[in-house]
Design a protein around this ligand. Structure first.
Ligand code: DGJ
Length: 740
């Protein structure tokens, strides 16, 4: 067996590999590979057939040699039940379980066996390592490398696979998972998030029972509209904020995804996640590498609170573009004007933005197209020239006027889309995803451009590049994406003789490649990802965006729930919240809710009452004073609105010297005179002293919080503080400051 493996490597590689194998092959137990975070470990081990299997998941062991004993504590080898714990399950040979990978070899054979060849661990820095494991088919020149990138102190793992072959003819990949995990335990509780437009991210938790629970999407673009690739997996009991082992994870892919959670015959959990293989057979040429997207997850033994904080700090430090930087507060004109604006209206709004004290004005949809003007969502997408009637002096004039008014200027685009009523459609119908022989099917009256086509990629790149070339002072882009892919067919792939089944995958790669080019030229300009609300927002595309728009639903009570649920996975610095006129809550409530993230406004500020305007200005100024705690601090979810009439959460800075606590009444059906008892704060230093002051007070109202009192952190975390939320004080924001 070994002879075969080594036949493919140079002499020096053989030495390194055999050292690794010998080291790992402790006491004849096979090769043992622990994938360890600070507190947890997956243990991978070869069996006597040299297949790599997952034999343990749990706390990382103090004594390395103990790992060799773990496997013997489980009975996972009942031949009649099959092998379910393969680390990357192949198909067509010994496996009778759902595969991670399924192929048709160059000669038409559909069987695949993957055996362990070698592994290595690269230490990138003190905190980060990548373990890669090479698996090969003994019969075919076909290999898979499994990657585990570990950020030890954040307890975050990123897992992906690379598939390659040197067969004479192309191989068809029918399935190509990113990760294939196995968890031996007793009970599993899975929270998934479903939704639709303006109702994104609705959580549902259920105990997993035998069989498979699948979360998937086939929408192509705007992929998260109905199902989200985020999940919470809790071990032994339902997920809880403060205790228990949980995994918070996501498939980082902006296209079709599929997550299968299967309780198998051993009552263990098999979890396979990756690109959705639906209509996506991929032809792989010899020596070409197919790199899957990543499954990214954070593990905690202390509940979802710690897991989120770890994921947030990972995202800020290593993933979201400029995660440690600043963000621009803004006034957006979408709900203030919709498509109905001109230069006069806009320049008045610049003054409103300045008056409010925000950093920027954001011009939304409706500024472009002439032959088919963009005066509604029925025309013009694709024709990215300023509409001469609305904006006779162009974007350049607006940028200058905004700057003169003392604010920056940002702009909305939806570059991947086309209206059937547009010059782009008339001139480049072959750039449009549509079935030429069938009636077109629209989503929001529009169609998707074919980003698998390099010419279309150039066009999309050009839209942004032109805007910046002509207007170097442009400060911000909002990148929208409102349609899903119906009639998925690419004229380009056809012309090139490539299979249509590449479309869903090549589209996403095309999108990433445009973003890659843009970021090479414009590395820092902030860009907001939007997808008709929250249809997109994953950790692959957030490499290119500074923030995303979670939902068009800005009704503030709904929004408290939604922001709460997004907060499991995303740090506040990456989530944009706007104050709008949705719902019946007073301005104060709306501003307080929008302040739990990146604050923006989408209202006609000029029409606010005197008191509302005075409040809004003061609240923006307050926000500027505490925004760094919200953006860069640790989040503690204190009282869950799903379980109470009340919601409370707080952010604490790294030094534990400043915190900001948001409290809301979320149920006013009952006559609640005053809410419950005190709220126990979290994340403070027990030995430090603090005072607590109410902020964002509405003009004329008096706080019920005595700002002169001094409390220890210990007191605030054990007894707590009562924000005195009631029907008359539905929203209370508290600032906690260290007293020295
Ligand atoms: C959908 C977005 O979610 C909105 O904020 C707005 O930009 C519209 N598109 C514009 O068409």
């Amino acid at each position: 067996m070994k002879k075969f493996f080594f036949a493919h490597f140079s002499k020096s590689t053989i030495i390194i590999l055999s050292i690794l194998m010998n080291l790992s092959n402790v006491s004849g137990q096979g090769v043992i590979i622990p994938i360890e975070t600070e507190h947890n470990a997956f243990l991978l081990q070869t069996d006597n057939e040299n297949r790599l299997r997952t034999v343990y998941f749990g706390g990382s062991l103090l004594h390395n040699e103990d790992y060799a004993q773990a496997k013997s504590m489980y009975h996972l080898d009942d031949a009649n039940l099959g092998i379910n714990n393969a680390t990357y399950t192949s198909s067509g040979t010994w496996s009778i379980a759902e595969p991670a990978i399924q192929v048709v070899h160059g000669d038409g054979n559909r069987s695949l066996e993957l055996k362990y060849v070698s592994h290595k661990k690269e230490q990138i820095d003190q905190n980060t390592s990548i373990t890669s494991i090479l698996l090969k088919d003994p019969l075919y020149d076909f290999e898979v490398t499994l990657y585990y990138k570990v950020w030890k102190s954040e307890n975050v793992i990123e897992q992906w696979s690379e598939i390659k072959h040197q067969e004479k003819k192309p191989v068809i990949l029918q399935k190509f998972a990113s990760a294939n995990l196995y968890f031996p335990s007793t009970e599993f509780y899975l929270t998934t998030f479903q939704g639709q437009w303006a109702k994104e991210m609705q959580p549902a938790e259920a105990k997993l029972v035998r069989g498979t629970r699948t979360i998937d999407t086939k929408l192509g673009t705007r992929a998260m509209l109905l199902q989200s690739p985020n999940f919470i997996l809790a071990f032994d009991k339902p997920a809880s904020e403060h205790d228990g082992t949980v995994i918070l994870g996501q498939l980082a892919w902006s296209g079709n995804f599929k997550l299968d959670f299967e309780i198998d015959a051993y009552e263990n959990l098999r979890f396979i996640a990756g690109i959705n293989p639906y209509a996506s057979e991929y032809t792989l040429q010899p020596n070409q590498t197919f790199k899957t997207p990543s499954l990214i997850y954070s593990i905690s033994n202390h509940g979802t609170g710690e897991a989120s904080r770890n994921l947030h700090s990972w995202a800020r430090n290593y993933r979201v573009l400029d995660g440690q930087g600043e963000r621009l507060t803004l006034l957006n004109n979408w709900e203030a004007t919709y498509f109905d604006f001109d230069e006069t209206k806009l320049t008045a709004l610049f003054k409103d933005a300045k008056e409010l004290g925000v950093d920027m004005f954001l011009l939304d949809d409706g500024w472009f197209a002439n032959k088919y003007p963009r005066n509604s969502d029925r025309a013009g997408l694709g024709d990215w020239q300023e509409n001469k009637k609305k904006l006779p002096n162009g974007i350049g004039y607006l940028v200058k006027e905004a700057n003169k008014a003392g604010v920056k200027f940002g702009i909305w685009i939806e570059p991947e889309m086309v209206s059937p009523k547009s010059e782009l459609y008339e001139n480049h119908i072959d750039w449009v995803i549509r079935q030429p022989e069938r009636p077109e099917v629209y989503y929001r009256n529009q169609l998707v451009l074919d980003l698998s086509n390099p010419e279309v990629q150039d066009f999309v790149y050009g839209i942004v590049d032109n805007l910046f070339t002509k207007n170097p002072e442009l400060a911000f882009i909002k990148w929208d994406c409102n349609a899903v892919m119906f009639n998925a067919y690419s004229a380009y792939l056809d012309r090139k003789g490539l299979p249509q089944s590449h479309l869903y995958i090549d589209y996403v790669h095309g999108l990433y490649s445009v973003l890659e080019r843009l970021r090479a030229k414009y590395p820092t300009v902030p860009m907001m990802l939007c997808s008709g609300g929250g249809g997109r927002g994953d950790y692959e595309i957030l490499k290119y965006f500074t923030e995303f728009w979670p939902s068009d639903d800005t009704e503030p009570i709904e929004r408290i729930f939604m922001q709460w649920d997004y907060s499991y996975f995303f740090p506040s610095i990456a989530t944009d919240n706007h104050v709008t006129d949705w719902g019946k809550q007073p301005l104060k409530f709306r501003v307080d809710v929008a302040s739990m993230g990146k604050l923006g406004f989408d209202i006609v500020a000029g029409e606010l009452s005197e008191n509302d305007l005075a409040f809004a200005k003061q609240a923006v100024s307050n926000y500027h004073s505490f925004k760094n705690v919200v953006w860069h601090g640790d989040l503690f979810r204190l009282i869950n609105p799903h379980d109470h009439d009340f919601a409370s959460l707080m952010y604490v800075d790294r030094e534990k010297s400043k915190a900001i606590v948001f409290n809301y009444l979320v149920n006013s059906r009952q006559k609640l005179n005053t809410a419950v008892g005190p709220v126990k704060l979290d994340g403070l230093d027990a030995n430090k002293k603090y005072n607590v002051k109410e902020t964002n007070l509405y003009p004329g109202s008096r706080s019920m919080i005595d700002a002169t009192k001094v409390y220890t952190g210990d007191f605030l975390m054990k007894v707590g503080i009562n924000p005195n939320v009631s029907l008359w004080r539905t929203s209370v924001v508290l600032e906690v400051n260290e007293v020295k």
